[in-house]
Write a protein that binds this ligand. Structure first.
Ligand code: F6R
Length: 359
C-alpha cells in the first residue's frame, strides 16, 4: 500500500534511496563494475550500441548513450516507435539495448525484435524479472527498483540511468575502440553516496514552496545541455503528465531557435546544471530572463547559474555524471507538488496507462 504517503508517486519518489542502493548492490567493487549476466569480455566484438526506448525510459537511454559516447563508443538512441525508419545499418557488431521499465512496451518490443531480425545482439535493461523483453533478449540486466505503481515513472528512471551507466562501464572495458575515462574510478566511488544524497534532497527540498510560487504560470520550460538535457526532457514530461499544464524540455542552446518566442513572465524556466559542460544553460536561461521569465536554477549551490536565478533548487555536490539524477529528484518533487495543488489524480493521469502494450 501507500503507507504514510498520499500517493504512490510520492512513496516511490521517497523510496529512491532504497531503490538505488539495490540497483548498485554488489555491482561495483574496487573501481570495477561486475554484472552477473555480462561477464568481462561480453562485448569484445561490439562496435556500436543502439538504445531503443519510449518516454521516460528514452530519457534514461539518452543519458546512458551520452556516457558511452563521451568514452569514445559509437552509440545512438532511437525512439522505439521510429525504429524501422531511422535505425540505419545493423549487424552482429551492433548491441541493441531495450530500455523498458515494464519490459512489455509494444513499441520497444517491436524495435528490439526488428534489431534481432537484422542480426543485432540484444540486451534488455528492465525492472520486471521474466518480462517479455527480458525473456526475448539475448541477455537481461535488472534495475532492481522494486514494483512501481504510479503511472508516472520516478524511481525507475533513477535506477535505469544508474544501471545504464554501469552497463556502459562494462562495455567501455571491453570495446577496443573505447578510451577508459581517467576519472572512471572516482565516478564509481561517488555512486555509493547517491542514495544518501537523494535522502538529503527529500529532507530539505524547497519544491513545494516553489510549486506554489509558480503554479499560475502559463507554461513551464525545462532546459539543460550535455547530461542536463535528458533531465530537462524528463522534468517536462513528468510535469505535463501529472499536472496537465503545458511543459516543454529543450536543449538549452535551442531556445533561441524558436521557443524563445513563447517566453514571457508567464513561463518559468528550470535551468538544469550538472556542473559538467553546461555553460550554455546559464547563458540561455539569462536570455529568457531578459524577456521576463523567472529562472529556477536546479544545480549545486556553488554553480554560477545560481547568482542569476530568481529561485533555486539545491542539488548536492557529486561527480558531474550523477548530478543530473539528483536534479531530477528535485524536478519530480516540483511536478508532484504542482499536481497536488491542482488536485490532479496523480497516480492515474487521464488517458495514460502504466504499460503501453499497443503500438
Ligand atoms: C512516463 C512514463 C512513460 C513510460 C513509457 C515506457 O512517466 O511512465 O513515458 O516511460 O511508456 O515504458 P517502459 O519503460 O515500461 O517501456
Amino acid at each position: 500500500g501507500k503507507g504514510e504517503f498520499d500517493h504512490y508517486m510520492k512513496k516511490e519518489i521517497h523510496s529512491q534511496p532504497t531503490a538505488l542502493s539495490n540497483t548498485i548492490e554488489g555491482r561495483v567493487e574496487d573501481g570495477e563494475v561486475s554484472l552477473e549476466a555480462l561477464p568481462a569480455g561480453s562485448f569484445t566484438d561490439i562496435e556500436e550500441v543502439q538504445f531503443v526506448a519510449c518516454g521516460t525510459s528514452y530519457h534514461a537511454a539518452v543519458y546512458g548513450a551520452q556516457l558511452l559516447k563521451s568514452a569514445g563508443v559509437r552509440a545512438d538512441v532511437i525512439r522505439a516507435s521510429e525504429y524501422e525508419s531511422v535505425a540505419g545499418p545493423v549487424d552482429e557488431t551492433t548491441l541493441t539495448v531495450a530500455v523498458t521499465q515494464s519490459g512489455e512496451t509494444a513499441d520497444t518490443l517491436s524495435a528490439v525484435r526488428e534489431a534481432a531480425d537484422r542480426g543485432a545482439r540484444t540486451l534488455a535493461v528492465t525492472n520486471v524479472v521474466g518480462s517479455t523483453a527480458a525473456r526475448e533478449a539475448d541477455d537481461a540486466v535488472y534495475i532492481r527498483a522494486g514494483p512501481e505503481v504510479g503511472v508516472a515513472a520516478t524511481k525507475t528512471f533513477s535506477s535505469q540511468a544508474v544501471t545504464l551507466a554501469l552497463v556502459g562501464q562494462r562495455i567501455v572495458a571491453d570495446v577496443p575502440a573505447a578510451d577508459h575515462p581517467d576519472d572512471a574510478e572516482a565516478m564509481l566511488e561517488s555512486l555509493a553516496d547517491l542514495p544518501e544524497q537523494v535522502e538529503s534532497i527529500l529532507e530539505t527540498t524547497d519544491a513545494e514552496r516553489l510549486a506554489k510560487r509558480y503554479i499560475d504560470s502559463q507554461s513551464f520550460f525545462f532546459i539543460g545541455n550535455g547530461l542536463g538535457h535528458p533531465v530537462a526532457l524528463e522534468g517536462a514530461l513528468k510535469f505535463k503528465e501529472i499536472t496537465y499544464e503545458h511543459a516543454e524540455g529543450f536543449a538549452s542552446g535551442q531556445l533561441k531557435h524558436g521557443p524563445l518566442a513563447l517566453v514571457t513572465e508567464q513561463t518559468p524556466v528550470f535551468a538544469v546544471c550538472t556542473g559538467g559542460d553546461d555553460g550554455k544553460t546559464k547563458t540561455n536561461a539569462i536570455e529568457a530572463q531578459t524577456r521576463g521569465a523567472p529562472i529556477v536554477s536546479v544545480s549545486p549551490d556553488d554553480h554560477p547559474v545560481v547568482d542569476a536565478a530568481d529561485a533555486h533548487l539545491s542539488v548536492p555536490d557529486t561527480h558531474p555524471v550523477w548530478t543530473g539524477l539528483l536534479a531530477n529528484v528535485q524536478l519530480q518533487l516540483v511536478s508532484y507538488y504542482a499536481a497536488d495543488l491542482l488536485d490532479r489524480p496523480i497516480d492515474k493521469p487521464r488517458n495514460l496507462a502504466k504499460s503501453v502494450t499497443v503500438e
